[in-house]
Every structure is written in structure tokens, then in C-alpha cells.
Design a protein around this ligand. Structure first.
Ligand SMILES: [Zn+2]
Length: 312
């Protein structure tokens, strides 16, 4: 399998040390530690004036305290191998970001991470960090109470575990695998516009892996459900974390055994077969009807580009 979208592991996560509470506390209070702030799906960033270059804004522990945020609930992302500093994420809410006078100025420059990802304005390594943090933030947001008894779940291990104070039930961050597939007959590719997509945006087909599926079965099942197509050979090209809310995209190329489309109208507004020339023009923003595909850092873009280059 080829690497896809750049490095995804850039910090030493030190998972074996997260159980050491004294060590984690010492990192949280260290002067050199840095904190990345999320408000819902938005990250606080520094952008160039024309917004073509964006970087994560790193706060100190003192700045986090000034903003009224709880550093002790920060999620430990890992140790930066370049300078040995600890990096954390602090997840707050959009409501807080708008309402807290002490934080308003510092949280002003927050941008949807999904937008950053589709525009390709942020370096891949930082996008991977943002993905890690947002995915964990969503998981915490949705696991405040115990799924077994309803009790409160306390944060443990630098934000990598929650444990019920009442019944002791433990839960760990999860990811939801999603298959995303370029369905092709060799010369043409199926691209779809879903109801929820922005105007004129098309993408490859995608769907959640269900219990009992393997990757090939999930690709065949989802393709059949969404387009009526039967798929033969399936190749896994690579994977990418996608933190909305906490998915792992499994990028595949799938060979269709016929071309008769029967579209699932509940999900898809329009889908069709497109030639290599048309797919290329959608990729490069030159399509005659202004149809477009997601940006360079998305798996859909990578799949279409790989198919066009025959490099798989
Ligand atoms: Zn419980």
C-alpha cells in the first residue's frame, strides 16, 4: 500500500506514560508546554493576510489560565521530537468562545478545520494534529456520561480514557472506519453530488464500514446501495484520519462490472459516469459547468488523481 497524504504521526504520543498521573501533571504545568485551542470544530490559528498560509496557534499554560480554560482537562497530543516540548489540545465550545470576555480576543482567529482541510491552506503535519485533537474533542463531548449506568465519566490518562466514577466502566477514544472509493470501468469514473454538499461539488462514493464488514465487502455493499453498481476487484490505496466526528477514511479503487446506475435519491442528488478529461477538469477547477472536486488534502482528490495517473 502506498503512503497517501503525507505524515500523520509527527509527535511521540508516549502512550505508555499516559497512566503516570504525576508525569502528565508535570507536563501540563511545564513552562515549555504548548496548548492548541479548539472551539467545536474550529481551531485557533494564525493566518497570512491573504489566508493562503495557516498555522496552528500555540498558547502557553498561563495564557490558557487567563482565558479561563481548564488546562488540567487538556488532551495530551504528544512530545515534539524536534524540541522535546509537550503539546496539548484544549477543547472548548463555540458558545464559550463567543461569550467569555477574557478569551474573546485570543479566540478570534478560529477557523473550521474542515475548511482548512479542503482548501489545503495548512501544512499536512499540522492538519494531522488538528485531526487528532478534534477527533478526541468530539469523543469527550459525546462520552460525558457512562453508557452502562449513566454516571459521570472522569477524564483519565491525559484525555485518552474516561472512567465511570460509579460502576468503573472504562471507555477509550474510538474511530469509525469509512470506505471511500473511486468506482471506475477503466476509462470513466462515478462521481456524485450528495444533498449535503456545497453547490457543484462532486466526490467519490463513500460509506461507513458496518459491523461484520471487511473493507472489500463494505466497498461492494455501499456502492451497490448508493448506485446499483456491482463491483469486482477492490484495491486499498491508503488511509487518512478524518475527524468529523472521528472517522478513518479507507481509500480504495473499485472496478465496476457494468455501468447501469440506479441512484439512491435519499442520499445522492446526482451521480454520473465522467470521462478522464472531465474528471481532470473538475480536479483543476477548469470544468465547463464549474463542477469541482474536494481539495488536494482530501482522500477523494487523491483517489481521482491516482486513477487519472494509472499509478495503482
Ligand atoms: Zn457507569
Amino acid at each position: 500500500m502506498k503512503p497517501t497524504l503525507g505524515p500523520t504521526v509527527i509527535l511521540d504520543r508516549q502512550s505508555e506514560k499516559r497512566i503516570d498521573k504525576d508525569y502528565m501533571d508535570s507536563l501540563v504545568s511545564a513552562e515549555t508546554s504548548r496548548f492548541f485551542v479548539l472551539a467545536g470544530d474550529k481551531a485557533v490559528v494564525d493566518s497570512s493576510q491573504d489566508r493562503t498560509k495557516t498555522h496552528i496557534h500555540w498558547f502557553t499554560a498561563a495564557e490558557i489560565a487567563d482565558m479561563g480554560l481548564a488546562a488540567n482537562e487538556a488532551i495530551f497530543l504528544g512530545i515534539d521530537p524536534e524540541d522535546g516540548t509537550a503539546k496539548f489540545a484544549v477543547a472548548t465550545s463555540e458558545h464559550y468562545a463567543r461569550g467569555a470576555p477574557q478569551a474573546r480576543e485570543a479566540l478570534k482567529n478560529r477557523v473550521e478545520v474542515r475548511t482548512l482541510a479542503t482548501q489545503g491552506a495548512i501544512p499536512q503535519s499540522e492538519l494531522a494534529l488538528a485531526a487528532q485533537a478534534i477527533s478526541l474533542g468530539h469523543w469527550h463531548e459525546n462520552n460525558r456520561c457512562c453508557g452502562r449506568c449513566g454516571g459521570s465519566m472522569n477524564v483519565k490518562q491525559g484525555g485518552w480514557k474516561r472512567k465511570c466514577w460509579a460502576c468503573g466502566y472504562e471507555t477509550f477514544p474510538r474511530v469509525d472506519p469509512v470506505v471511500i472509493m473511486a468506482v471506475t470501468d477503466g476509462d470513466h469514473i462515478v462521481l456524485a453530488h450528495e444533498h449535503r454538499f456545497p453547490d457543484k461539488m462532486y466526490s467519490t462514493l463513500a460509506g461507513y464500514v458496518e459491523p461484520g464488514d471487511d473493507i472489500v465487502h463494505a466497498v461492494r455493499r455501499e456502492t451497490k446501495e448508493e448506485t446499483g453498481l456491482d463491483v469486482g476487484e477492490v484495491k486499498l490505496l491508503g488511509s487518512q484520519p478524518w475527524p468529523f466526528p472521528h472517522s478513518l477514511m479507507l481509500g480504495c479503487i473499485a472496478h465496476a462490472e457494468h455501468k447501469e446506475l440506479v441512484i439512491d435519491a435519499a442520499e445522492i442528488e446526482h451521480a454520473a459516469w465522467y470521462s478522464r478529461m472531465e474528471a481532470n477538469s473538475m480536479l483543476t477547477g477548469m470544468h465547463s459547468q464549474e463542477l469541482w472536486l474536494p481539495g488536494a488534502q482530501s482522500m477523494a482528490h487523491h483517489l481521482v488523481k491516482t486513477w487519472l495517473s494509472n499509478d495503482y
